[in-house]
Each structure stands twice: as C-alpha cells, then as structure tokens.
Design a protein around this ligand. Structure first.
Ligand code: SF4
Length: 352
C-alpha cells in the first residue's frame, strides 16, 4: 500500500466512522431483537451470515471490524462521553483477562451445538450477558484494555487471524493513545498471540493454546452435530470432548514443531497454524451453508444441494484454502498494524 493511500484512509473524517458505527449498531440491534422475536431469521442472520463472514474479515482487515464492532462501540460510550473511571490494568491483570478470554471462547463455542445454533432467545441471552460485562468493564477500566483487548472472547481469534492487514485504518475510537494496554493489538505492527516482549505467563498460555490448538478444535467442532429441544444437554461430554481432544492433538504437534525449529522460523509456524485454522473453518462451513455439510441441515443458509453440481463445494474449499495459504504464508506483504496509533497523550502510563 503506498503512502498516499494510507494517508487518505488516515484522514477519513471521524464522522464517517461514527455513521458506520451507528449503522452497524442498528443492524446489530436488529439481529438481537430478531433472535428473540423472529428466531428463525435471527439465527440465520447471526450464525449463518455474520459469524461466517467474520473470520475472513479478521484475516484481511481486523481493524475494520474493531472500528465498527457494535459491542465495542456500546462498551466505549462511557469513555466517549467522559464518565468512565479509566483505571489502569497491570500487565499481569491483562494476562489473566486474556487467558480467561481464550477459556470463554473454548467454553462457548461447543454450546452452539447444545443450544445456541437452534435457539434464538438463548443466543440473544449470551450476547446480552457479554454486552453487560463489556459495558461494566469499560466503565471501570481505561479504553479498550479490559474488554476489546482483554476479556472479549473474539479477541484471541482476531489476533490469530489478523497478521496481515490489507488496510491500515484510522483508530475510530481512541482520540489519543494513553497506552491503556501493553502491546496494543490495534496499533502494534504484525501482532500475533505468542511472539512479543513483556508477556505474562497467562497471556503466553492463552496465546499458545489458541495458536496450536485452534486448528484441531475447529476440526473437532465440525464433527459434532446440532441438537434440538434441549437434547444437547445429554450429549455435553461428546460435544466438548471431540473438539478438546482434537485441540490437544494439534497443540502437542505445535509444541513439538516449535521445539525443533529455529527461533527465526517460529513466525512461519504461527502463520501456518493460523492458516490451517481459518482454512479448516471454511472447508466445512461453506459447504454446510449450502446444504452440503456433514450434518446436512446444521448451519444451512439455503439448501442448494439439489441445484449445484456436487463438485461445487470442493471448488470453494480448495479456493479458500489456496487464498488463505497465499495471504497468510506466502504473501510478502508489509506487516502493518490493524489501525494507525493516534498521537500519544501527554501523560501516558508506563507499564509495570
Ligand atoms: S491506541 Fe492506545 S489508547 Fe487506544 S486501545 Fe491502543 S493502547 Fe489503548
């Protein structure tokens, strides 16, 4: 990307971002209320449209999502209006939050099979709960430190996939940087979950689990079916054990490879596992959306299995895998940050 392109994006007036945040917020509210009042539509809109688009968006521009995410915008209202308490989180506390965010992610995803994929109000309830936590935390702690770069269960996935951004966008939330978080994920070039200085042990553990374990976890998740009418509560053991066993397998493989390769190749290993995770996701998710899934009605947006030729999903599977391999491994693209760091505030905190 040339400097002129960057500066054009950097100079995008904040008003446009506020309008975008408002529009995405309205769409988010629409999906939230459809989950409660017209669950069939809400489930399709949330689980079969928004969520399948998200990983690809994180790969090409995590900053775009971070700028307009309705949960982030809602949680930061208190700060924008100037009545947040702006308490600083220590590096150790950040590490704890980031480990908890990985645990939350691993606990919530299997519950999709148990209840969320088939129950709109239950999905609305978990979104509502997360929103309340996000608002309370962002009222207490400085900027994005506690939620967007801390407890948010999507944040580890953003860091795993968002290694190479297509755009370096302006930061649509922070007017000036107060260093609310050490190694800000938004503003640090080529952020990734494990390789950086000044990491707490909890952050290292969370980062290692997400890099090494996520490919297996996703593979395992797709080999469990959706359950209806509360039947899923009787299958909780298999719903959790299949993804977790597969996760352990790829995690062990990752740790082994990390031990035998040279330090300078670690970044390649991280990219390889990140690419594997997102490719496995689309390998199973795209066919399922069109009725070609392992469990045909699970996660289906429209049944095209009688209309499309049988080879069509295979073309999609290979195309997405080739694209992610190129983008995440072979593409020599300059490593940029998700968004441009705003100017530092005068009294920024030095982390301890
Ligand atoms: S840019 Fe600065 S203030 Fe904003 S989230 Fe990053 S570290 Fe915090």
């Amino acid at each position: 990307m040339n400097t002129q392109d960057k500066s054009i994006r950097a100079s995008t007036p904040i008003t446009y971002w506020r309008i975008a945040q408002l529009l995405v917020g309205i769409i988010g509210l629409g999906i939230f209320f459809s989950l409660i009042f017209i669950p069939e539509i809400g489930i399709h809109a949330f689980w079969n449209v928004l969520i399948p688009v998200a990983p690809a968006l994180f790969v090409v521009s995590a900053g775009l999502w971070r700028n307009v995410c309705p949960l982030a915008s809602t949680s930061l209202i208190s700060r924008h209006l100037g009545f947040a308490r702006n308490k600083k989180l220590k590096v150790k506390q950040q590490g704890k939050f980031q480990l908890i965010s990985v645990i939350l992610l691993l606990l919530i995803i299997p519950l999709r099979h148990t209840i969320f994929d088939t129950n709109g109000p239950a999905t609305a309830l978990i979104i509502g709960l997360l929103a309340v936590i996000a608002i309370v935390l962002s009222f207490r702690y400085d900027w994005k430190s506690a939620w967007c770069s801390g407890l948010c269960p999507i944040h580890p996935v953003e860091k795993l996939y968002g290694r190479k951004s297509l755009f370096e966008l302006p930061n649509a939330h922070c007017k000036s940087c107060v260093s609310c978080v050490s190694n800000c994920p938004d503003s640090t070039k080529a952020i990734n979950p494990i390789l950086k200085k000044k990491k707490s042990i909890n952050e290292k553990i969370g980062g290692t689990i997400i890099v090494g374990g996520f490919p297996g976890y996703i593979w395992g998740w797709f080999h469990v079916q959706d359950y209806y009418n509360n039947e899923g509560w009787y299958h909780l053991i298999s719903t959790y054990s299949i993804p977790l066993v597969a996760m352990t397998t790829t995690l062990v493989l990752f740790l082994f490879l990390k031990k035998i390769i040279s330090k300078k190749n670690e970044i390649l290993l991280v990219n390889l596992f990140a690419m594997a995770a997102v490719s496995i996701y689309y390998w199973y998710r795209l066919p399922a959306l069109m009725g070609f899934g392992i469990f045909p009605t699970d996660g289906m947006l429209a049944d095209l299995s009688q209309t499309l030729p049988i080879w069509f999903p295979l073309v999609l599977q290979f195309s997405t895998t080739i694209f992610f391999s190129w983008w995440m491994i072979f593409n020599k693209k300059e490593m940029s940050s998700w968004v441009i760091r705003p100017p530092y505030a005068k009294h920024k905190k030095i982390f301890s």
